[in-house]
Each structure stands twice: as structure tokens, then as C-alpha cells.
Design a protein around this ligand. Structure first.
Ligand SMILES: Cc1cc2nc3c(=O)[nH]c(=O)nc-3n(C[C@H](O)[C@H](O)[C@H](O)COP(=O)(O)OP(=O)(O)OC[C@H]3O[C@@H](n4cnc5c(N)ncnc54)[C@H](O)[C@@H]3O)c2cc1C
Length: 381
């Protein structure tokens, strides 16, 4: 087992870190305050090849391995948790749906435009009454000549209001449970009946619009079907498995940001005529924060390694995401504690890290659902 980054992986970390320090960190508080989608930063990331990191160059992707992609996403999320979600939903979810399950024509047409960020991607699975319980979805896609008519709605869709390509899940056979779900490519600009109902006012993850979508007799041509009818549930599960590695990366990035800020604050804040970093209580907090972030990072890389080897990684991805998201919230909490009263104000970023970290415990499988998955895998071994 190799624990050292390759020269290429180190270069990627340095390049993304430099971009994040120069362009994202100075804007992070403003993005958090305004909750505006930072289109200019997305364009800059596209120029650096960060909007299609794990996909082959033949589709205008950056052709990076999954470790490098995770490292890139970790760095972006260190700057802004919301920007981390923008990239993760666009790449791990929408991009991967096309890469894994699209035919050649669909990849050429839709994945290529996602990788250059000429198009922005979203993944529309969840509904008001179907979150953890995916097969409970009620959106339908009914055969209509050489296409489908889609009716229903989706909730909590990251990038949903700015997306050009939405990978959508709908029931083509409502009586067949999970086997009746199919996945499609939807194009909001072209498809009449695609309606953005609004966006959520969230605790954190600002800058990434989380949209409610409605489909009102929306007709889409049959060549937008991904794979075969009935494949959708498996498409969703496989895509979310890969996505969980990147939510682990987002969590590690936020944890690192919280640790870095807390460390530098502790070294300059004086009480009792000495920096608070002299107190063992503070030193132990910093030690635990760093240890947890490193452990989470190793779990993330182990899952990425298995994915790259084409081995089963369901349990490992779930564990990486579960552990990284929970320690990110804990680390961010200790970051606030180290800042004392200042940590509870908007004058310091500590409270933003806490709000951003919390989300990772909810989307792409809640911690409870991930524990179910891990236990199931463990008992089946
Ligand atoms: C900011 C944000 C962005 C999101 N982005 C997207 C996106 O881009 N695309 C998308 O499709 N979805 C997205 N989601 C939706 C997200 O994946 C769901 O919110 C999540 O899956 C949980 O579903 P729910 O909210 O309906 O909660 P519920 O499923 O109702 O869960 C409520 C509680 O019950 C627990 N619970 C449910 N079932 C079980 C069980 N079997 N065992 C134990 N406990 C259980 C849960 O863990 C949770 O604590 C996003 C959500 C948020 C908040």
C-alpha cells in the first residue's frame, strides 16, 4: 500500500491550493453572506480543468485519477463548502451518470460540455416524500411516441436552478418499485415544462443553489434515456457510491480549514499573558482535530484506491463519508471553541465551517442510512 502522493498528485494539490488561497478564500465570506452562485469562479475553475477532473481527455476532462480528484475537491472545499458542493454535484453526480451510463453520443454531447463547464450539471433524485426512501418517488416518465412525458417534482437539487444538464430519475413503471425507475438527461433550456419553483434558504453551503424543480407535462425525446428502462435505481446507487468519496473530500477540506484557522488563532490570541496555544487543553484540541482529519483523509484515499482498482468499495465509501462528515462537524465545533466568543460571531470563519460541515452528514446518504449500509455489508461478508 502506497501512502505517499505521486509527483503529479502533489502538483495538483499545489495548483488547486494556490487558486483557492488567491481566489476563493478572499471571496468565501462574501459568498456565504450573499448566497450568490459564483459563476466567475466556476469559469476560472473550468480554465484550470477543475470542472471535469476525473473524466478522460477525449471528453475534455482532465483525465485525473480519483485520488487527485478527491484532493482537488478537498482543496476547493477548504476555501468554500458551497463551491465544493457545486463541483461535487456537477462532477461526481451529473458527470458520472453520463460517463458510466451514457452511450457514446450522449457522452460526446453532454459530458463534454459539462467538463468544459459550458454546461453545469445537476442530479435530481430526491423528492419531498422520497429522500432516504428512493423507490417512494412519484415523478413519472410515461411513454409518448418517440419520447416520454415527465410529470412530478424534485427537491433539494444542488445546482438545480443554474443547471444546463440535469440527470433525472423518474418511474417508467410505477408498479415495479425500484425496478421501475429509469434515468434521463433533461435540458432545462430546451424542455418545455421544466420549472424551477425556487431555491432553499439554508443553514450553510451558500453559493450552491439548492432548488425545487417541477416537471409539468415535460416531453423529452427517447434518446435522453440513460441505459435501459428500469436501470435508474442501480444508476443512482452506483453514482452515490462514488459521490460519497467526494463528500468525504469536502468534509476533510472543511475540517482542514477549521483546524488551520483555529491553530493560527490559538497562536496569536493571548490570555493570562501567553498565547492560548500554550495551554495543554488547547493543544489537545488541536491534536485531536489534526488526528481526526488525517484519519478521515486515509479512509477517503482507501475508498478511492478501491474504486480505481474496480473493486467493490460500497462499505469503504460509506465509511469514508460517514466518518469524514462527522469529524468535520466535530473539528469545526472545536474550532469555534478555540476562538471563544469570537468564534460565535461572523467576524471569524469558524462558524461558517460548522454550518458547512453539517450538511455532509445529510446529503448523499444520511449518517443513519450509511450505518445501515455499512452494517449490511459487514454482515454479508
Ligand atoms: C443542501 C442539500 C443539497 C442536496 N442536494 C441534493 C442533490 O443534488 N440531489 C438530490 O437528489 N438530493 C439532494 N439532497 C437531498 C438529500 O440527499 C436528502 O435530504 C437526504 O437523502 C435525506 O432525505 P430526507 O431529507 O428526505 O430525509 P429523510 O429520509 O426523511 O430522513 C429523516 C431522518 O430519518 C432518518 N432515516 C430515514 N430512513 C432511515 C432508515 N431506514 N434507518 C434509519 N434512519 C432513517 C434519516 O437518517 C434522517 O435522520 C440535498 C439535500 C440538502 C439538504
Amino acid at each position: 500500500m502506497e501512502f505517499t502522493l505521486t509527483e503529479e498528485q502533489r502538483q495538483i494539490r499545489d495548483t488547486v491550493a494556490e487558486f483557492v488561497d488567491e481566489e476563493v478564500v478572499p471571496r468565501a465570506a462574501e459568498i456565504d453572506e450573499t448566497d450568490e452562485y459564483p459563476a466567475d469562479l466556476v469559469d476560472e475553475m473550468a480554465d484550470l480543468g477543475l470542472m471535469g477532473m476525473p473524466f478522460p481527455v477525449e471528453y475534455e476532462g482532465a483525465g485525473l485519477d480519483y485520488h487527485s480528484y478527491a484532493i482537488g475537491l478537498e482543496e476547493i472545499s477548504r476555501g468554500s463548502g458551497g463551491l465544493g458542493t457545486v463541483v461535487a454535484a456537477h462532477t461526481s453526480l451529473a458527470g458520472n451518470m453520463l460517463y458510466e451510463f451514457g452511450d457514446e453520443a450522449q457522452k460526446q454531447e453532454y459530458l463534454t460540455a459539462l467538463n468544459t463547464a459550458d454546461d453545469i450539471g445537476a442530479f435530481a433524485l430526491s423528492e419531498a416524500e422520497a429522500g432516504s426512501d428512493v423507490p417512494a418517488m412519484s415523478t413519472t416518465a410515461e411513454r409518448d411516441g418517440d419520447g416520454y412525458v415527465v410529470n412530478g417534482g424534485k427537491l433539494w437539487i444542488s445546482n438545480g436552478s443554474v443547471a444546463d444538464t440535469v440527470t433525472l430519475f423518474a418511474k417508467t413503471d410505477p408498479d415495479a418499485g425500484r425496478n421501475g425507475i429509469s434515468s434521463f438527461v433533461v435540458r432545462p433550456e430546451e424542455d418545455d415544462g421544466f420549472i424551477v419553483e425556487g431555491t432553499e434558504d439554508k443553514l450553510g453551503d451558500k453559493g450552491c443553489p439548492t432548488a425545487e424543480l417541477r416537471f409539468d407535462d415535460m416531453w423529452i425525446p427517447e434518446d435522453r434515456l440513460l441505459g435501459e428502462e428500469g436501470d435508474g435505481f442501480v444508476h443512482a446507487l452506483k453514482t452515490l457510491n462514488g459521490g460519497r468519496i467526494t463528500i468525504a473530500a469536502r468534509s476533510v477540506g472543511i475540517a482542514r480549514a477549521a483546524l488551520n484557522e483555529a491553530k493560527s488563532y490559538a497562536q496569536q490570541r493571548e490570555q493570562f499573558d501567553r498565547p492560548i496555544s500554550d495551554f495543554q487543553a488547547i493543544q489537545h484540541k488541536l491534536a485531536d482535530m489534526d488526528t481526526k482529519a488525517r484519519a478521515a483523509e486515509l479512509l477517503m484515499h482507501e475508498a478511492a484506491d478501491l474504486k480505481m482498482r474496480d473493486e467493490d468499495y460500497i462499505k469503504e465509501a460509506a465509511q469514508a463519508k460517514l466518518y469524514a462528515s462527522e469529524i468535520a462537524r466535530e473539528v469545526a465545533n472545536e474550532g469555534i471553541q478555540i476562538h471563544g466568543g469570537y468564534g460565535y460571531t461572523k467576524d471569524f470563519p469558524a462558524e461558517r465551517f460548522y454550518r458547512d460541515a453539517k450538511l455532509s452528514e445529510i446529503y448523499e446518504g444520511t449518517s443513519e442510512v450509511l450505518r445501515n449500509t455499512i452494517a449490511q455489508q459487514l454482515l454479508d461478508e
